[in-house]
Design a binder for this molecule. Structure first.
Ligand code: CUK
Ligand code: CUA
Length: 641
């Protein structure tokens, strides 16, 4: 890396603009009044009104909160191993984290989208992206289990993902880093970017009944960075919109290279047309390698399959498929209003928020109001697509959501505030400081056809001086606002887990009553299930020792195991034969280099153990499950080989 003096100065200026503490709100100490407490108080024994799913960022998980209380309900392990319940450690769940690079125990999780029917949240599934090793996960909202993870070839930095179409026809994922396609030699000079690198958008189909995902097709695009996206809806049904930065196609993203253009792009994709072209056989087959991992709730076992082909459409070969719309400057958020008519681009280095009109875009296409082409793709004239600009909204606009009254709310990262503005006349109506530097915000249903208008949550990057200090590392935070009146009202601060990027929320009633309380033991098709204590056994197959074990209050059966030798591979297949809600049992054994198991009623989970030294190894239940929990233990004897 070679820096000249101008580049260093340019970088310093950018760093200053984005320095997290540059703009601390003036009334940083503001206190909310007593009725805010009443509005967020959920009495003991009462349920919250909303489920709120929040991305975990660099912890790779998804957390579930209740709103308006801000109470943490659960952490759903998705892309990272979770020693607390053995996710990624148990034999049943290990395949979920398989990729074409082998097993990966971590990722960076940014965005969530709830499945929709007719543009409304239907409460079936939650989709989550992994940024680092590109993947999309599907979480089943009956069990809150990660049921599927699919890897994305031709991608790197799966950031513009996973945003879904109105009827969950597709989960859509745009690559943040353009890379040489997987079937080309990727071992090329980095500065051959313009020649060898490509941007890719994946269309992942979702089976209407099972939810099973597969890559339906991919669009090969110019080498820009896709940052965020949202589906068209209503009038813009069948279209998808992506924010693109680094339209300079610079191979070093130092500010002088990647942010020198005054405008980058929103890319509009006619996905219905793309699907028709694929159906008509216009795609080309490309050799790739990607993992498709599914967890089967019946066999309670995950399997991983490596797939070897995708169908690709080169967008430049199909006129009418995609268009670029200039958007100032390094756009981040790309949000579509409930009617589908307005597309909001948030240029994080711009001092305005451009709002594009879908009907004007259609007219511009029909009348060829183009300002040239970009890598063979028509660029619509800015003015021809523009509905208007929100002037002086604040500094560092990032993300926008919508309420049910025609208002939009945009986060201002640099000036640390939420700005409410009217979609009709683009006038700023209200602004409220947040503490500090908000990334995304979320209104329940705020990216769907039917937003609610009661709450808004800001997800902030900086919390210093808001909570008790905990050393150099502080939790990031969420702030709950009441948006039912003309002015936003701050109700509650609460810490989050990992880095919250995006969130989703839905009325609790949509999900609550479908929740599985326990698994029926007679439905358990795990090949290593023990249907009762009488079915437990220890079976040796060469070096493998299978311990079929049951757990029920308050014993593990068998609890004395002899005959294990150093060098054996021991598999503890533990079945929790309880048939009641909320009675998990745990399983851990001394010296195990994996994790514990947490086994839910009716479930079987397997811990693999490789004893390396002769000796006596106690094992026990880790979850205080009854008055005799401490008695729920046993011994495994290991003899020399
Ligand atoms: S990004 Cu995190 S603040 Cu990954 Cu959606 Cu904008
Ligand atoms: Cu089972 Cu403690």
């Amino acid at each position: 890396m070679i820096l000249n003096k101008n580049k260093v100065l340019g970088l310093a200026a950018l760093a200053l603009l984005f320095s997290m503490n540059a703009c601390k709100p003036k009334n940083a100490g503001s206190v909310v009044s007593g009725d805010a407490a009443a509005q967020t108080y959920v009495a003991p024994g009462k349920y919250d009104e909303y489920y709120n799913f929040v991305s975990g960022g660099f912890n790779g998980q998804v957390s579930v909160y209740g709103l308006p209380s801000g109470r943490l309900l659960k952490l759903i392990p998705v892309f990272s191993v979770f020693p607390e319940n053995g996710y990624g450690y148990s034999e049943e769940t290990k395949p979920m984290l398989n990729t074409s690079h082998g097993m990966i125990p971590w990722d960076d999780q940014h965005h969530l989208d709830l499945s929709q029917t007719n543009g409304e949240i239907d409460g079936r599934w939650l989709f989550a992206n992994a940024n680092n090793t590109p993947r999309v996960a599907r979480i089943d909202l009956k069990t809150f289990h990660t049921n599927e993870i699919i890897e994305l070839p031709n991608s790197a930095g799966n950031h513009s993902s996973p945003f879904i179409t109105e009827n969950t026809e597709y989960v859509i994922a745009g690559t943040r880093f353009s890379v040489p396609p997987d079937d080309k030699n990727g071992d090329v000079p980095i500065n051959s970017y313009k020649k060898n690198f490509k941007g890719t958008i994946s269309f992942i189909s979702v089976d209407k009944t099972s939810g099973n995902m597969d890559i339906a097709f991919q669009l090969q695009c110019p080498a820009v960075n896709f940052d965020l996206s949202h589906s068209g809806k209503g009038v813009s049904s069948g279209w998808f919109f992506f924010s693109c930065y680094n339209t300079e196609q610079a191979n070093t993203l130092l500010e002088v290279n990647a942010s020198k253009r005054d405008k980058d792009f929103i890319m509009a994709v006619n996905w219905k047309k793309a699907a028709e072209l694929i159906k008509a056989g216009k795609g080309r087959k490309q050799a790739v390698k990607y993992a498709s991992n599914r967890y089967n709730e019946k066999t309670q076992t995950a399997t991983s399959t490596i797939k070897t082909q995708v169908t690709v459409l080169d967008v430049k070969d199909f006129p009418g498929l995609v268009y670029f719309i200039p958007c100032p400057k390094s756009p981040h958020g790309c949000d579509v209003d409930p009617s589908g008519e307005y597309i909001v681009g948030s240029g994080k280095l711009a001092a305005l928020v451009p709002v594009f009109s879908f009907s004007k875009i259609q007219k511009a296409i029909a009348s060829k109001a183009f300002a040239g082409t970009y890598d063979g793709i028509p660029v619509i004239k800015y003015e021809a697509a523009l509905y208007g600009e929100v002037k002086k909204p604040g500094l560092g606009p990032l993300h926008t959501e919508f309420d049910d009254k025609g208002n939009a709310y945009t986060t201002m990262f640099v000036s640390s505030e939420i700005v409410k503005w009217s979609l009709k006349d683009l006038k700023v109506l209200d602004r409220h400081p947040v503490y500090y530097s908000p990334g995304h915000l979320m209104i329940p249903g705020g990216d769907t056809r039917k937003p609610t208008g009661k709450y808004l949550v800001a997800y902030n990057k900086i919390t210093k001086d808001r909570f008790l200090p905990t050393g150099p590392e502080l939790a990031q935070s969420a702030q709950l606002f009441d948006i039912s009146g003309d002015k936003m009202k701050l109700l509650l601060d609460y810490p989050t887990i990992g880095e919250p990027h995006y969130g989703q929320a839905v009325k609790a009633s949509v999900i609550r009553d479908q929740s599985v309380k326990f698994f029926k033991i007679e439905d358990n098709k795990n090949p290593y299930v023990s249907m009762g204590e009488g079915a437990t056994k220890v079976v040796r197959e060469g070096k493998k020792v299978h311990v079929y074990m049951t757990a029920i209050r308050s014993h593990l059966t068998p609890d004395n195991i002899e005959g294990i030798k150093v060098g054996d591979e021991v598999y503890f297949h533990v079945t929790n034969i309880e048939q009641d809600w909320d009675v998990p049992h745990g399983f851990a054994i001394k010296g195990a280099k994996t994790a514990e198991l947490l086994i839910l009623p009716g479930e079987t989970a397997t811990l693999k153990w490789l004893p390396e030294q002769a000796g006596m190894y106690p094992f026990y239940c880790t979850d205080f499950c009854s008055a005799l929990h401490q008695e729920m233990s046993g011994y495994a004897r290991v003899s020399p080989a």
